[in-house]
Write a protein of this length. Structure first.
Length: 282
């Protein structure tokens, strides 16, 4: 089924979830279809990409509203302020152009992979997830929305309608770095996103998020506290200490060992802070 309005989609979800878990919500299908190669599609599918209200980027009084089915190509080419640089960079690294043209913001979040490229930038931007269901509308910080590997807090009958990004209080810059076996078309070994707000070239707020090094991407609050009040220059990277990463829980797998992932995260954060310091020309 491909509804053309949010109400129509919620009606279908509500009716289907009474006696069953409900249909699979499809928002691009770039992970859904490859996972089913070689077997018949036997699930009930609700394709939400035909709902105009779920697409596009709109500036609001408080920040920006990114519709759930906004594609990575749309994000990559959107005219957005520097706080979005990390997310726009991530958008350009999510698969090839064909994937970027079809893959969607909410699809990436709801798939809830530990290596989802969108999560560290959105965590660092302090984004919230807007959820709709017949019981009403609710908002959750992204850090509370994804609860584990392939797990979210979505209830039967609910869907993600948008991602809400708050407006920074001060000038803000951001950067995203990703490490893989090659630069493109690869699942991350480690990735980081950093957002710094500055006033008079001094860091007034900091967000540092690391992905692919835990079941869920994590912010690093102790490092963030260490950065606040410091001058934004290339020397800021020297504030990064290994103990700031103790909350991470990387795994050993075919792509990298846990020890390598942890060390890579430290190096990437230092590089990100160096890059932001150089942007300021100090």
């Amino acid at each position: 089924m491909r509804p053309t309005s949010l109400d129509e989609a919620l009606d279908h979800l509500s009716a289907a979830s009474i006696n069953a878990a409900g249909p699979v919500i499809l928002a691009g299908g770039t992970d859904f279809y490859p996972a089913r190669v070689g077997r018949a599609l036997d699930e009930d599918v609700l394709d939400v990409t035909g709902i105009p209200d779920l697409r596009g980027i709109r500036e609001t009084e408080d920040g920006w509203r990114l519709g759930a089915t906004t594609t990575w190509s749309e994000i990559a080419h959107a005219d957005l302020p520097p706080v979005f640089d990390a997310l726009r960079r991530a958008a350009r690294l999510i698969g090839g152009v064909q994937i970027q043209n079809a893959g969607t913001l909410a699809g990436n979040l709801c798939n809830a992979s530990p290596a989802a490229d969108s999560v560290p930038p959105l965590l660092a931007m302090r984004a919230k997830v807007e959820i709709h269901g017949r019981a009403g509308r609710r908002e959750l910080p992204l850090g509370e929305f994804i609860t584990g590997n392939r797990r979210t807090v979505l209830k039967p009958g609910e869907l993600v309608a948008a991602v809400l990004v708050p407006r920074p209080k001060k000038d803000a810059q951001s950067v995203f770095l990703k490490l893989g076996a090659r630069e493109y078309l690869v699942i991350s070994i480690a990735m980081v996103a950093v957002v710094l707000e500055t006033e008079g070239n001094v860091v007034s707020a900091a967000s540092v998020a690391v992905g692919a090094c835990s079941a869920v991407a994590q912010r690093l609050p102790y490092l963030e506290s260490e950065l606040i009040g410091r001058r934004l220059n290339a020397a800021l990277a020297n504030r990064v200490k290994p103990e700031h990463f103790d909350m991470l829980a990387p795994i050993d797998d075919i792509r990298a060992s846990a020890a390598y992932r942890r060390e890579a995260a430290i190096v990437l954060v230092r590089r990100a802070l160096t890059a932001l310091g150089k942007q300021k020309g100090n």
